[in-house]
Write a protein that binds this ligand. Structure first.
Ligand code: NAD
Ligand code: IPM
Ligand code: MN
Length: 340
C-alpha cells in the first residue's frame, strides 16, 4: 500500500489538510498516512522547521502532501532566528525537487469569479514550470549591520533539466521568462533554453519577466507552458492564480528524479489573516491531492475523479469566501465528497 507523509504546517494548514486526507483515504483503499510536525510548529517543538527525522520520513514515503507554513509568530528580520520557510526550502532541496509544476486552468463555473474579464480568461490552460532548487533562493547570503547580499546562481545543468521538463509538458509552445536584458544568470538561462529547444517540435519564445507579468493579465490564453527561474516563477504564479478566481484554487507538484517522492502542496501560504476560523478554501489542497494521485501514485483515474468532483461542486454553486460566497471549509469539503 502507498505511504504518504503529510505535513499540516501552520495557519490554515491543518484546517485544509484534514479534509484532503479524508479524500485521499476515500480514493486509495488502505493508503498509509503518516503525519509530522513541520514549519513553525516544528520550530516550537524542536527549534528547527525541518528535523532530520521528518526529512528521512519524507524520503521514505511514496509522496509528501504539504499544506502551508509560516505566520507572524515566527516572522523576524533576525538572520540567525529559525524561520518556517527554511523547512520548505530544506525539504525541496533535500528531496531534489527541481521541477515545480503549477497548472492554471480556470474552472468554467468560476469564469466570473476572477477580477479579470471573462472574455480575457476564457480558454486559458497554462502551466507554470518553475525551477525550484536554484537561483537567488539558494545562493550564498550575507548580512552585516549595514548591507546584505543574496547571490543568484544557475548552472547549465540546472537550466537544461528544467527546460527538458517544460518541453516535455508543452503542447503548443514554451514561453521562457527571464530578465536577460539585465541579469547574467538570465543570459545563460536564455542560451541554454535555446539549445534545449533545438530539435524539439514545440516552438520556443522568450519574454522578459516584466512584459510577462503584463501579458499574463492582458492575454493569459495565449500562454501554454511558462518556463522560468525560481523567483520569477514564485511571483508569476500568484499573479496567474487570479485567473482562476482565487489563490485558494491553485495546486502544485514538485518533482525530482524519476522514482523519488514528489511533494504536493497548494501555491498559497498559511493565510494567517483567516486562520482558525474554518473559512479557508480547501480546493487548492484537494487539487494538490489530485496531482499527488496523478504524479506521485500514478493513479490517473482517481486524480481525474477528484478534479471532476471539484468542478462539479463549483458548478453546483459551491463558493468559499475568497470566491465571493459564504461556504465554510467543512461545507466545501462536504460538497466535494458528495460530488465524488
Ligand atoms: P498567503 O497565500 O498565505 O495569503 C495571501 C492572501 O490570500 C491572504 O489574504 C489569505 O487570506 C488569502 N488566502 C490564501 N490562501 C487561501 C485559501 N486557501 N482560502 C482563502 N484565502 C486564502 O500569503 P502571505 O499572507 O503573503 O503569507 C503568509 C505566510 O505564508 C507567510 O509566512 C509566508 O511565508 C507563508 N507562505 C507559505 C507558503 C507555503 O507553505 N507553501 C506559500 C506562500 C506563503
Ligand atoms: C511558494 C512560497 C514559498 C516560495 C515560500 C514560502 C518559501 O511562496 O511555495 O510559492 O517562495 O517558494
Ligand atoms: Mn509563493
Amino acid at each position: 500500500m502507498p505511504k504518504i507523509v503529510t505535513l499540516p504546517g501552520d495557519g490554515i494548514g491543518p484546517e485544509i489538510l484534514e479534509p484532503a486526507v479524508g479524500v485521499l483515504q476515500r480514493l486509495v483503499d488502505g493508503v498509509e498516512v503518516e503525519e509530522h510536525v513541520f514549519g513553525g510548529a516544528s520550530i516550537d517543538a524542536h527549534g528547527t522547521a525541518l528535523t532530520d527525522e521528518v526529512l528521512d520520513a519524507c524520503k521514505g514515503a511514496d509522496a509528501v502532501l504539504l499544506a502551508a507554513v509560516g505566520g507572524p509568530k515566527w516572522d523576524t528580520t533576525d538572520p540567525n532566528a529559525p524561520r518556517p520557510e527554511q523547512g520548505l526550502l530544506g525539504l525541496r532541496k533535500g528531496l531534489g525537487l527541481f521541477a515545480n509544476l503549477r497548472p492554471v486552468r480556470p474552472v468554467p463555473a468560476l469564469l466570473d469569479a476572477s477580477p479579470l474579464r471573462r472574455d480575457r480568461i476564457e480558454g486559458t490552460d497554462l502551466l507554470v514550470v518553475r525551477e525550484l532548487t536554484g537561483g537567488i533562493y539558494f545562493g550564498e547570503k550575507t548580512r552585516t549591520a549595514d548591507s546584505a547580499t543574496d547571490v543568484c546562481t544557475y548552472s547549465r545543468e540546472e537550466v537544461t533539466r528544467i527546460a527538458e521538463v517544460a518541453f516535455g509538458a508543452a503542447r503548443r509552445k514554451v514561453t521562457s521568462v527571464d530578465k536577460a536584458n539585465v541579469l547574467e544568470t538570465s543570459r545563460l538561462w536564455r542560451e541554454v533554453v535555446g539549445e534545449v529547444a533545438q530539435g524539439k517540435d514545440v516552438p520556443l519564445e522568450h519574454l522578459l519577466v516584466d512584459n510577462a507579468a503584463m501579458q499574463l493579465v492582458a492575454n493569459p490564453s495565449d500562454f501554454d507552458v511558462i518556463l522560468t527561474e525560481n523567483m520569477f516563477g514564485d511571483i508569476l504564479s500568484d499573479e496567474a492564480a487570479m485567473i482562476t478566481g482565487s489563490i485558494g484554487m491553485l495546486p502544485s507538484a514538485s518533482l525530482g528524479q524519476e522514482g523519488d517522492p514528489g511533494l504536493f502542496e497548494p501555491v498559497h501560504g498559511s493565510a494567517p489573516d483567516i486562520a482558525g476560523q474554518g473559512i479557508a478554501n480547501p480546493l487548492a489542497m484537494f487539487l494538490s491531492t489530485a496531482l499527488l494521485l496523478r504524479h506521485g501514485l500514478g493513479r490517473e483515474d482517481e486524480a481525474r475523479a477528484l478534479e471532476s468532483a471539484v468542478d462539479k461542486a463549483l458548478d453546483q454553486g459551491l463558493r468559499t469566501r475568497d470566491l465571493g460566497g459564504t461556504a465554510s471549509t467543512a461545507e466545501a469539503a462536504d460538497a466535494v465528497l458528495a460530488a465524488l
